[in-house]
Design a binder for this molecule. Structure first.
Ligand code: 13P
Length: 343
């Protein structure tokens, strides 16, 4: 049995006007890659220092309603000894936790992946609740190629995603359901639209089969974009129209909010595209449109920090600025000139 009221209270805290979610839940291989890119060795202390810097930024509670953490971070403390989840709670931000264990090749489906982590998920969740987490995230990945994703990959991943969401809701966590169609590839925007629609269709069928309370979950999808290597550029207006056309067809009205991932877009692109969608809202869309960005919120701050404590204040200013501009885009009030305004 699920406790519907408990889930709806968390939804109310997460879905707030003008606010969105920061994904700071990079797995060990991913955060190590990001740290290495700025010349920092990925030790536990380096990861703690970096994430304390982000989460300790004064003022982020004005723009963020939730932060997705990685398991290790849930147990770490800031420089003054405050547990990092508590640092968030003090700013009115709900801590969440990534619970998938990453991807593996899907057997009998060349080129496709499957996400792992269902085994013992119930047991793991009980511990995360004690550490302060109130919502969870699970990411499925679909690469577009001439024959990918296969029907097998679409169905197997949808099933796993729905199983995860059912377990999370039963344990009192709001599940973020993240099916990510990757930006990699030379496909056009139409192909991305077709794949995204097929993936979401299968995901919502599976969520229905597993009796998910749609009002008590969040969807975290990709935007509909031309492939990174297609040589094509789509304007924010085109991205907004193509994306909402797909979502209107397949996302039930009961889902409270769609929180997009940034997926390798530059911070400026991810912000402008969200802004165009917020402006396009013709008020017939039933869901809120918001963000759950990792790279598009963090990258400028990480570049500035580069492991140097003396750069921490400047990095926090850059992070707060991205939060502010992305929150403006969520309200449809972003202007590209704001990028050049003082922090
Ligand atoms: P990006 O915004 O960098 O795509 O990350 C979002 C995320 O959490 C991927 O799982």
């Amino acid at each position: 049995m699920i406790d519907e009221q408990q889930l709806l209270r968390t939804i109310e805290a997460l879905v707030q006007p003008g606010k969105g979610i920061l994904a700071a839940d990079e797995s060990l291989p991913t955060i190590s890659k990001r740290l290495k890119a700025v010349g920092v060795e990925s030790t536990e202390e380096a990861r703690r220092a970096y994430r304390s810097l982000l989460l300790g930024t004064a003022g982020i509670g004005d723009y963020l309603s939730g932060v997705i953490l990685f398991e290790e971070t849930l147990g770490q403390r800031s420089d003054d000894g405050t547990p990092l989840p508590e640092l968030l709670q003090r700013q009115g931000i709900v801590p969440g936790i990534k619970v998938d264990k990453g991807t593996a090749d899907l057997a009998q489906a060349p080129g496709d992946k499957i996400t792992r982590g269902l085994d013992w998920l119930e047991d793991r969740l009980a511990g995360y609740r004690e550490q302060g987490a109130r919502f969870t995230k699970w990411r499925d990945v679909y690469r577009i190629g001439p024959d990918n994703p296969s029907r097998l990959a679409i169905e197997a991943n949808a099933e796993v995603l729905a199983r995860y969401a059912a377990v999370a809701q039963e344990q009192g966590f709001v599940p973020i359901v993240e099916p990510e169609v990757l930006l990699d590839g030379d496909h056009d925007i139409q192909r991305c639209a077709e794949v995204t629609e097929a993936v979401l269709q299968a995901v919502f069928e599976a969520l229905h089969r597993h009796r998910i309370l749609l009002e008590g979950m969040l969807l975290k999808p990709n935007m509909v974009l031309p492939g990174k290597d297609s040589g094509q550029q789509a304007s924010p207006q085109q991205v907004a129209e193509a994306t909402l056309r797909v979502f209107r067809r397949v996302v039930p009205a009961a889902v409270p909010s769609i929180n997009f991932l940034s997926g390798g877009q530059t911070p400026e692109q991810a912000t402008a595209n969200l802004d165009a969608m917020s402006r396009l809202r013709d008020r017939t869309h039933p869901w809120e449109l918001s963000f759950s960005y990792a790279r598009a919120l963090q990258h400028p701050a990480m570049d500035i920090w580069a492991g140097r404590p003396e750069n921490a204040a400047a990095a926090q200013r850059a992070f707060l600025k991205r939060c502010r501009l992305t929150a403006a885009a969520r309200r449809g009030e972003y202007r590209p000139e704001m990028e050049n305004e003082a922090d």
